[in-house]
Design a protein around this ligand. Structure first.
Ligand code: PGA
Length: 247
C-alpha cells in the first residue's frame, strides 16, 4: 500500500511571519494523520515554518529551485539552500512556472535530477490545458512530460519521487476533474512509469491529483486506485485543510 501524500501549495501567499503563525495553528490539526503531509511554502518562509514544524510529522517543501549548486544566477535558489533551510520536498514544473516563467520539460528534468541528488523529494507536475484535452492529446502529453522529467533518473531514485497530475483547466478554477478523469490519467502515468522502470517500481511511486481539490471532493479523488493524495492550492490556505488531510 502506498502511503498517501497531501501537500499544500501555498503559492505566493503569506509573509514569513504570517506563514509561521498559520503553520503553528494548522500543525496541531494536521499532525499524526497517518499520511505524509507537506506545506510547500514561499522560499523565505521555509526557515520559520520548518522551525515551527520541528518535532511533528508535517514536512516543509519549496515551490521551485535551480539545478546548479551556486554561482551567478541572480534571484535563484539552489537545492542545497532549500535543504539547509529545512525543506525536504520541492515542487518542480508547476504549470504556473511553465506558463509564466518559461519552464520547459528539459529544465524540469535537470531540476528533478538535482533535487534527488541533494536528498530533496521532487513533486513533479504534469498536466494538460483544456484545449489539449479537447483535442484528445492528454495522455500523449503527460506521457511525454513524464518521459522527459525522468531522463537519467535511476529506478532506485525514481521510487522516491512524487508525480502530481494537475490538469491546468482545473487549477484555481473551482472546476475539478471528475474522479474518473483524474484516475484515467493517473493510471496512464503509472503505466508510463512501468514502461520506464518496471511494475514493482511504478507501484511504489506516488501520484497526486491537483486542481481545485477541496474538502468536498478529496475523499472521492484520493480513494481512486491510482491517486495517492493531492497537491492542494487555494484550500491549503485555510484551516479546513485539516478536512482534506483527514479525507
Ligand atoms: P488549486 O491549485 O487547488 O487552487 O486549484 C492547485 C495547484 O496549483 O497546485
Amino acid at each position: 500500500m502506498r502511503k498517501k501524500i497531501i501537500a499544500g501549495n501555498w503559492k505566493m501567499n503569506k509573509t514569513p511571519r504570517e506563514a509561521a503563525e498559520f503553520a503553528a495553528k494548522l500543525k496541531n490539526k494536521v499532525k499524526n494523520s497517518g499520511h505524509d503531509v507537506v506545506f510547500c511554502v514561499p522560499a523565505v518562509c521555509i526557515l520559520p515554518v520548518a522551525d515551527i514544524l520541528m518535532g511533528t510529522d508535517v514536512a516543509v517543501g519549496a515551490q521551485n529551485m535551480h539545478w546548479e549548486d551556486s554561482g551567478a544566477f541572480t534571484g535563484e535558489i539552489s537545492a542545497k539552500m532549500l535543504k539547509d533551510a529545512g525543506a525536504s520536498y520541492v515542487v518542480i514544473g508547476h504549470s504556473e512556472r511553465r506558463e509564466y516563467f518559461g519552464e520547459t520539460d528539459a529544465g524540469v528534468n535537470k531540476k528533478a535530477v538535482k533535487a534527488i541528488a541533494e536528498g530533496l523529494t521532487p513533486i513533479i507536475c504534469v498536466g494538460e490545458t483544456l484545449e489539449q484535452r479537447w483535442e484528445n492529446r492528454t495522455i500523449g502529453l503527460v506521457r511525454r512530460q513524464v518521459g522527459v522529467a525522468y531522463k537519467g533518473v535511476s529506478a532506485g531514485d525514481a521510487q522516491k519521487t512524487v508525480v502530481a497530475y494537475e490538469p491546468i483547466w482545473a487549477i484555481g478554477t473551482g472546476v475539478t476533474a471528475t474522479s474518473a478523469q483524474a484516475e484515467e490519467v493517473c493510471a496512464a502515468i503509472r503505466a508510463m512509469l512501468c514502461e520506464l522502470y518496471g511494475d514493482p517500481v511504478s507501484q511504489q511511486i506516488r501520484i497526486q491529483y491537483g486542481g481545485s481539490v477541496s474538502e468536498k471532493n478529496a475523499s472521492e479523488l484520493f480513494r481512486m486506485p491510482n491517486i495517492d493524495g493531492g497537491l492542494v492550492g487555494g484550500a491549503s490556505l485555510k484551516m479546513d485543510f485539516e478536512k482534506i488531510v483527514f479525507f
